[in-house]
Design a protein around this ligand. Structure first.
Ligand SMILES: NC(=O)c1ccc[n+]([C@@H]2O[C@H](COP(=O)([O-])OP(=O)(O)OC[C@H]3O[C@@H](n4cnc5c(N)ncnc54)[C@H](OP(=O)(O)O)[C@@H]3O)[C@@H](O)[C@H]2O)c1
Length: 158
């Protein structure tokens, strides 16, 4: 089977980068989970570099603040919100904080995760369960979260 449209898109030499993203707009932000390290931190850098306001979310406050300083220094508008995404009260606080700041999430970039390396049977079962639970939360609860109107606390995941 041929994928003519896909081939044409891939071959287009002047393809604009990430045209499928909504454009940056005042009051609308890209929320990146797992922004304290790895893929999330890099995605946050890339989005800030493209002019998006960025909300950095993960548990480690110091690392978020460090990245927020780095991105702010290069002209981006960034806010760091420490949050354990597995905790419903902390997710509610995150939603409230975005509402207080008048920010609407136009891009949700879920990079939080905790993949354990090694042989499957060698990884502690509770850790595997926690990893799967976090990924399910990101795909289901948080996946319904974007976009939501600023201040709409009823749209907060629970
Ligand atoms: N790197 C790769 O090549 C690759 C390839 C395929 C898939 N993946 C998957 O992509 C995900 C990210 O990979 P990575 O390499 O970027 O991993 P990483 O550097 O360990 O980053 C994981 C991020 O998730 C955050 N996080 C974990 N639990 C959280 C929670 N309960 N609440 C909020 N944030 C939480 C961590 O921050 P805090 O600890 O500060 O909360 C950290 O920022 C993982 O699920 C991984 O399995 C990675």
């Amino acid at each position: 089977m041929t994928d003519t449209a896909g081939d044409a898109r891939r071959a287009a030499p002047d393809r604009a980068p990430a045209t499928w993203l909504p454009p940056p707009e005042p009051g609308r932000a890209a929320l990146v989970t797992g922004a304290s390290s790895g893929l999330g931190a890099e995605l946050a850098r890339a989005l800030a570099g493209r002019g998006y306001d960025v909300v950095l979310v993960a548990r480690r406050r110091a690392r978020l603040q460090h990245l927020a300083q780095e991105l702010s220094a290069s002209g981006a508008t960034v806010c760091a919100v420490p949050c354990d995404l597995t905790a419903p009260d902390q997710r509610a606080s995150l939603a409230a904080e975005l509402g207080d700041r008048g920010l609407e999430v136009s891009i949700l970039c879920n990079a939080a995760g905790a993949g354990a390396a090694g042989e499957f049977l060698g990884v502690e079962r509770e850790r595997q369960v926690a990893d799967v639970r976090l990924v399910l939360l990101l795909l289901t609860v948080l996946g319904r979260w974007s976009p939501f109107p600023a201040g709409a606390s009823s749209a907060a995941p629970s």
